[in-house]
Design a protein around this ligand. Structure first.
Ligand SMILES: C[S@@+](CC[C@H](N)C(=O)[O-])C[C@H]1O[C@@H](n2cnc3c(N)ncnc32)[C@H](O)[C@@H]1O
Length: 163
């Protein structure tokens, strides 16, 4: 079981993900969250972005779930540029083990990659990550603002947009 197996259902209902055309699940691991989102929102498309072995695992799981027509996986490095143009960039349990500089840098690259009307979503177990004040400051340092906070029980979903 990954971390997402128990919290993915709460994230799925915390926001109308179907309002987005496509998402990039940055550090999306084996695709558990993306698969849950696509199963719930039939118009949503998405890709997992992760290290090669995880991207391959995600690709296989997406295919096994019958979602290969709407989803895929991209192998890459979070420290480099992200694939541009998705409407939603998801960072699920990715920031809590990064220091402030790395977090601001990753948020900046998400801000640069996201489409004009898109958003960056920070999804964190509230007891593991930074508090809202700290995340807000880091988001602002990355050229983003907190547009909304969606409550998903023990998980918070922060919606970040360009000001
Ligand atoms: C704590 S896991 C979170 C996985 C998934 N988002 C979840 O919530 O279960 C962090 C993820 O970031 C990925 N990751 C860490 N450093 C990375 C890097 N430099 N490039 C690409 N992916 C990276 C890991 O492979 C892992 O899948």
């Amino acid at each position: 079981m990954t971390a997402r197996d128990d919290i993915a259902p709460r994230v799925v209902t915390a926001y109308d993900w179907g309002s987005l055309g496509d998402v990039l699940d940055v550090g999306g691991g084996d695709g558990t969250l993306l698969i849950a989102l696509l199963n719930e929102y039939p118009s949503l498309r998405g890709r997992v972005f992760d290290q090669p072995d995880l991207a391959e695992a995600a690709r296989k799981r997406i295919e096994a779930a019958g979602l290969a027509d709407r989803a895929g996986a991209v192998a890459g490095d979070l420290s480099a540029d992200l694939p541009p143009g998705a409407e939603g960039y998801l960072l699920a349990e990715v920031l809590h083990d990064r220091d402030d500089d790395d977090t601001r840098d990753l948020l900046t690259r998400c801000a640069e990659a996201v489409g004009e009307d898109g958003a960056v979503f920070v999804i964190e177990t509230v007891t593991r990550g930074r508090d809202l004040t700290a995340l807000t400051a880091l988001a602002e340092g990355a050229g983003l603002m907190v547009a909304d906070v969606h409550d998903a029980g023990e998980v918070a979903v922060l919606e970040l947009t360009r000001p």
